[in-house]
Design a protein around this ligand. Sequence first.
Ligand code: ZN
Length: 131
Amino acid sequence: MREKLMRFMQGRYGVDELSRFLSMSSIVLIVLELITRQFIFGVLFWAVFIYIYFRMFSRNYGKRQQENQKFLTARYKLKTKWYNFKRDMIQRKDYHIYKCPQCSQKIRIPRGKGKIAIRCPKCYTEFIKKS
Ligand SMILES: [Zn+2]
């Protein structure tokens, strides 16, 4: 039985990061379906479920790897955005974050200094803002 399964899986793509993420998503979907009793979550669950198995048994390595790579890139970008957002939120207490009107460079100004002239460190444009 085990040998049969191994022979069946030979040359097939198997599991990667994207399928792990999809598995987690399908669990979330089925839980949502159970809680809300909304038909749509059940449909989405089956769509994701079938897609997971389609990818796992696929013999098209290149295409599946491409999908996984796209997923990893998107996840990395999202994580970076989230970290930057969190960092900005923490700094918001003590700093104002302004954008240079010329080059859009982000500039961090300590709060509570009244009206001050700010010089952009990148393009040296000066502008006046309340700190
Ligand atoms: Zn600038």
